[in-house]
Design a protein around this ligand. Structure first.
Ligand code: FAD
Length: 394
C-alpha cells in the first residue's frame, strides 16, 4: 500500500486548488484522485462569473481573497503560461422597488465596509456601461469594476499543473470506492486501482459528496440540481467590454454576460431541477423554457426580442439547504476534511477555499474562519442563508 501525507478526492476547480495549496504550504507527499479527468466534473459547466457581491459577508471575504488570485493567476502560480481566461469587464447589479431592494442596499454597504470598490450609479451611467439594456424600473444599481468572468476549466488545469510542478501526484480515471478507517479515524482510501494510505483525506466531490454519507454514515446535506444556460445571438453585440449583469428585477433573477464577445450567456438564478441521482450528463431544455427566459431577457434588453438561440447546455449544482458550502473537518470522522455544497457559486471562491481547506487539513490556522461553514450548522440551525433567499447569488 502506498502512503501519502494527504489525499485529495476530486480534481475539479476546488480539489485542484486544494492540491496546489497543500504543496505550496509544504504538505509533503500529496495524491489527487479523480474518477474522470481534471476539471471534467461540474467545473466545465460553469458560467465562470467572478464577483465579490454577496449578501453573506463571509463569502465576500473569500471572494475578495480569491479575486486577487484570479487577477494575477500566472503570478500567483509562478507559471507565466498559466491563464484563468479572465475578462475583467466589471459586474453590474440592479433592483427595482420591491423585496430585493433593501437586501441589495445592505449587500452593497457590506462590500464597501470590506474595502471593496462599489460605485452606486444612476440609469444614465448604467446605460453607458451596458447600452443594450434599459433600466427604467431600476431604483438601485451597484457597479463593481474589479469583477468579470473567467474559465473554470483553465483554472482547474492551471492549479493542477502548478501542483504537479511542486511534486503532487494526480491520478485520473481512479474511482475512490470507500474510506479506510482504523479506530474510528480515516487512514486512507480504497480505489479502483488499489489502496492508498494517508491520515489526511480531503473530499472535494461536489454533487458526488453523498459518497461521504455512504462511507461514514454522517448525513451529507447536498442535492444535485440541474440548471440550464442559454447563449443568445441578438441584433446587437454583448461585447467583452460590457459588464456581467445581475437582474434582481426579473422573475428568474437572471444573470447575463458576454459569450465569445458577441453573444449573450444567460441563466436563471433561481432553484433548478433536482436530480434523483448525481450526474452531470446533459439534460433536455424545452422550447417553452427558452421562450420563458427569452421573454425576461427582452424586457431588459429590448433588441433581444429578435434574438436567436445560438446554443444551450445544462450544468449541475451541489446545493445545500442554505445555498452555501460545507467547509472543514467532520468532527465525527477524524482525518477527513470536506469542501462541498458550493450551490452554483464555487468557482469565484475556489482560490480562497483551496487555501483554507489546505490550511485546515495541515492543522494550520486558517486565513478565514471556517466556523460559519461548519457541517454542524445544519444541526444547530445557524444557517448561512443569504438575504436574497435561495439562489446562487447568496
Ligand atoms: C451551470 C453552472 C454555472 C455556474 N456558474 C458559476 C459562476 O458563474 N460563478 C461561480 O463562481 N460558480 C459557478 N458555478 C459553480 C462552480 O462552477 C462550481 O461550484 C465549481 O466548479 C465546483 O468545483 P468542484 O471542484 O467542487 O466540483 P467538480 O468540478 O464537479 O469536481 C468534482 C470532482 O470529483 C470527482 N469525484 C467525485 N467523486 C469521486 C470519487 N468517488 N472518486 C474519484 N473522483 C470523484 C469528479 O469526477 C469531479 O471531477 C456554476 C456551476 C454550474 C453547473
Amino acid at each position: 500500500m502506498q502512503s501519502y501525507d494527504a489525499i485529495v478526492i476530486g480534481a475539479g476547480v476546488i480539489g485542484s486548488s486544494v492540491a496546489y495549496h497543500l504543496a505550496r504550504l509544504g504538505a509533503g507527499k500529496v495524491l489527487v484522485l479523480d474518477r474522470s479527468q481534471i476539471g471534467s466534473g461540474t467545473s466545465t459547466q460553469s458560467s465562470g462569473i467572478l464577483r465579490t457581491h454577496y449578501s453573506v459577508i463571509e463569502n465576500v471575504e473569500l471572494a475578495k481573497r480569491s479575486w486577487s488570485v484570479f487577477n494575477d493567476f500566472a503570478g500567483y502560480l509562478g507559471d507565466e503560461e498559466a491563464s484563468a481566461g479572465l475578462v475583467k469587464c466589471g459586474y453590474l447589479i440592479c433592483a427595482p422597488e420591491g423585496p430585493k431592494l433593501e437586501p441589495l442596499r445592505a449587500a452593497l454597504a457590506g462590500q464597501v465596509a470590506m474595502g471593496i470598490r462599489v460605485d452606486l450609479i444612476d440609469q444614465a451611467q448604467a446605460s453607458a456601461l451596458l447600452p443594450i439594456a434599459q433600466f427604467d424600473d431600476a431604483v438601485l444599481m451597484g457597479y463593481e469594476p474589479e469583477a468579470g468572468f473567467a474559465d473554470a476549466y483553465l483554472v482547474a488545469t492551471g492549479f493542477a499543473r502548478a501542483a504537479r510542478r511542486q511534486g503532487v501526484k494526480i491520478m485520473e480515471g481512479v474511482n475512490v470506492e470507500r474510506l479506510l478507517m482504523d479506530g474510528g479515524r480515516v487512514v486512507g482510501v480504497e480505489t479502483s486501482q488499489g489502496t492508498f494510505h494517508s491520515n489526511t483525506v480531503i473530499s472535494t466531490q461536489n454533487i458526488w459528496a453523498g459518497d461521504i454519507e455512504r462511507w461514514t454514515g454522517v448525513p451529507t446535506p447536498v442535492k444535485a440540481e440541474r440548471h440550464a444556460v442559454l447563449a443568445l445571438e441578438g441584433p446587437e453585440a454583448y461585447s467583452f467590454q460590457m459588464p456581467v449583469f445581475k437582474d434582481l428585477g426579473s422573475p428568474g433573477m437572471l444573470y447575463c454576460r458576454s459569450y465569445g464577445g458577441n453573444q449573450m450567456l444567460v441563466s436563471e438564478g433561481t432553484v433548478g431541477e433536482t436530480l434523483a441521482v448525481p450526474d452531470n450528463e446533459q439534460g433536455d431544455i424545452s422550447m417553452d423554457y427558452v421562450v420563458e427566459v427569452g421573454e425576461q431577457v427582452a424586457e431588459r434588453f429590448p433588441s433581444f426580442g429578435e434574438a436567436g438561440l445560438a446554443s444551450s447546455w445544462t450544468g449541475v449544482y451541489d446545493v445545500t439547504p442554505d445555498w452555501n458550502p460545507v467547509l472543514g473537518r467532520l468532527p465525527d470522522v477524524p482525518g477527513l476534511v470536506v469542501g462541498y455544497g458550493f450551490s452554483g457559486h464555487g468557482f469565484k471562491l475556489s482560490p480562497g477555499v483551496g487555501l483554507v481547506l489546505a490550511q485546515e487539513a495541515l492543522g494550520l490556522p486558517t486565513d478565514v474562519s471556517l466556523a460559519p461553514y461548519a457541517h454542524e450548522r445544519f444541526r444547530s440551525g445557524n444557517l448561512l442563508t443569504g438575504r436574497y433567499g435561495l439562489g446562487a447569488v447568496s
